[in-house]
Write a protein that binds this ligand. Structure first.
Ligand code: NAG
Ligand code: NAG
Length: 264
């Protein structure tokens, strides 16, 4: 005796055909879905700012401290050279606005410029900029503790009149001058902690972290290019993290077609 299933009245797509169709759709949508989940669009990209290339790529002629990025860079050779000049054509920015900045301090600002202009690994932190001279900026880039601390240590003898170097200068002469009433003071009074320096000087471009160099959890301003660029893995880590709980969605996407196929 067979328990014949009653057929539902009305002309509907048979469940098997429906399942097969869904399975097919999910499988076809797989690459787009996984790339959205893993945040691939945040990897190996250049921001839309003033001097960045549209796509990263090799740059054999990168200059000085920017040479770390020669295998894959968002900056041109010209930009890398200009990054080392005082009041370069890049931003007409004068590091020496309260007297000459000591060299040991300046090298950190050069490195900061190299990272900003050359790194293709800042995708997870690219944000819209509310300024006329660039469409995009970086925000909350998790800087390795050592890179921030060393920057602050080496700049203890430097002098400045402002906390936020992005805004509030007097630009009437074409370069930045201290606004009226802003007093020139040693960095240690302007930025009482390393975190204050790294987070406030470029209005939140960097975030101070307690992660260490080599941890894969923080961006290094300095690295040994012979060991490869450590920031590639850091961007991968945060690109995945910035999507909704990665494993849950991946497993769901993986199981859905299997489940549907099993119904056939
Ligand atoms: C870089 O390019 C700019 C704009 O074309 C130019 O004004 C500047 O002189 C160049 N700098 C170097 C070092 O070649
Ligand atoms: C800006 O700098 C110019 C030239 O040094 C000066 O004449 C002017 O008073 C300054 N303006 C302000 C608001 O500081």
């Amino acid at each position: 005796m067979s328990c014949a299933r009653p057929t539902a009245p009305g002309a509907q797509l048979p469940p098997r055909a429906m399942a097969a169709l869904l399975a097919l759709l999910v499988l076809l949508g797989w690459p787009a879905a996984t790339s959205a989940v893993t945040g691939d669009s945040l990897l190996n990209v250049c921001m839309d700012a003033k001097h960045h290339k549209t796509e990263p790529g090799p740059e054999g002629q990168l200059y000085g401290q920017c040479v770390l990025w020669k295998d894959n860079a968002c900056c041109t050779a010209n930009t890398s050279l200009e990054a080392h000049q005082d009041q370069s054509y890049l931003y007409n920015f004068n590091w020496d606005h309260c007297g000459a900045m000591p060299e040991k301090c300046k090298r950190h600002f050069i490195q900061d410029t190299c990272l900003y202009e050359c790194s293709p690994n800042l995708g997870p932190w690219i944000d819209q900029a509310d300024s006329s001279w660039r469409k995009e900026r970086i925000r909350d880039v998790p800087l390795c503790q050592e890179d921030c601390e060393q920057w602050w240590e080496d700049c203890q003898d430097a002098v400045t009149c402002k906390v936020n170097w992005h805004k509030g200068w007097n630009w009437t002469t074409g370069t930045n001058q201290c606004p009226k009433g802003a007093m020139c003071q040693r960095f240690k009074f302007v930025f009482p902690t390393a975190a204050a320096l790294c987070e406030q000087i470029w209005s939140g471009s960097y975030r101070y972290t307690s992660h260490h160099r080599g941890s894969g959890r923080c961006i290094q301003m300095w690295f040994d290019p012979a060991q490869g660029n450590p920031n590639v893995a850091v961007a991968q880590y945060y690109a995945r993290g910035s999507a909704p709980p990665n494993s849950f969605f991946s497993i769901l996407l993986f199981l859905l077609p299997l489940t549907l196929l099993a119904l056939l």
